[in-house]
Design a protein around this ligand. Structure first.
Ligand code: BV8
Length: 251
């Protein structure tokens, strides 16, 4: 049963001209993509994602880190957008200025039809050269030696996934565009994130400081809950369609 949606929240969203949605791994949970902090399954249960998603881990054991991403890519390749992703794509059509800022690397928002998407942490389906940082299109890579990652066709170094690892800077363009959208927004929806990873987790706080109306959509309490104006306690795949319907179909 979707969470109760306060009428004043519906009125505010209907009137809003600038809205930001910040999403985390939780919005892809109902598509079958494990969240970042779900206990890893099977072979990977013994590893901590925060340890593996680093340049140091890749330098230490490129084959292990590459295989972890290949496993995650196989999960993402089988995943389809869920009603939560689709509701955000529809919301973008209703709100004059709608910016979707995602921490997710699975590309499901664009697959669902969202267009104005800022991928703060990159995209798992893209590879780049470990040293040159240039993106290498699928099929252009050189084969790796044995179990190791494929190699860059220009310099011969390993390829790595084009995602932001812990300790790495976020892409400047996406981060500054996200900050601008948060500065301008009247409302920020914070969806499916534990609010533990910075600087993404600071965006809802920045919105709250500036007086935007902040709404958390998550079945669990998070590090951000206490700062939110409203909390809709439920799964994004149910709450977002209910919010969309309550706001725009009764017009
Ligand atoms: C940087 C890509 C500096 C890789 C990821 C300030 C304070 C504290 C720490 C730091 C700080 N500044 C920097 C740090 C260090 C670090 C950090 O934040 N560490 C934390 C863990 C303490 N940050 C960094 O290192 C960042 N870099 O700041 O560099 C710098 C500057 C200049 C020059 C050089 C360096 C880089 C961070 C990016 C890391 N990369 N991903 C990959 O995917 O392999 S982060 C990773 O975590 C994913 O992207 C993921 O999205 C993200 C956040 O996690 P969540 O999305 O929130 O997922 P999580 O599993 O935690 O939670 C899921 C939620 O969903 C839960 O709340 C659950 O209840 C909910 N849920 C479940 N089901 C549903 C649901 N919700 C709705 N519906 C459902 N059905």
């Amino acid at each position: 049963m979707p969470a109760h949606i306060p009428p004043e929240l519906i009125t505010y969203l209907r009137r809003a001209t600038h809205v930001v949605a910040l999403t985390g791994a939780g919005i892809s949970a109902e598509s079958g993509v494990p969240t970042f902090r779900d206990a890893q399954s099977g072979l990977w249960a013994q590893y901590d994602p925060q340890e593996l998603a680093t340049a140091a881990a890749f330098r230490r054991n490129p084959a292990l880190v590459w295989d972890w991403y290949e496993w995650r890519r196989s999960l993402v390749a089988q995943a389809a957008p869920n009603p939560g992703h689709r509701a955000l794509a529809e919301m973008e059509q209703k709100v004059p200025h709608f910016t979707l800022v995602t921490q997710n690397v699975d590309g499901l928002h664009r697959q669902a039809g969202s267009r104005n998407v800022l991928e703060l942490h990159g995209n798992i389906m893209r590879n780049k050269c470990f040293s040159e940082e240039t993106v290498i299109a699928a099929g252009d890579e050189e084969p790796g030696d044995g179990a190791g990652p494929p190699r860059c066709p220009h310099c011969g170094d390993y390829l790595r996934p084009d995602v932001v690892w812990f300790g790495e800077a976020l892409p400047e363009g996406e981060l500054s565009a996200a900050m601008r959208a948060v500065e301008e927004c009247q409302m920020l929806l914070c969806i499916g994130t534990s609010g533990l990873v910075h600087p993404a987790a600071s965006l809802p706080l920045l919105a709250a400081e500036r007086g935007a109306l902040t709404v958390e959509i998550n079945p669990q309490v998070t590090a951000l809950s206490q700062w939110m104006d409203y909390v809709l306690r439920g799964p994004a795949g149910e709450v977002l369609p209910a919010l969309l319907k309550a706001t725009w179909t009764s017009e």
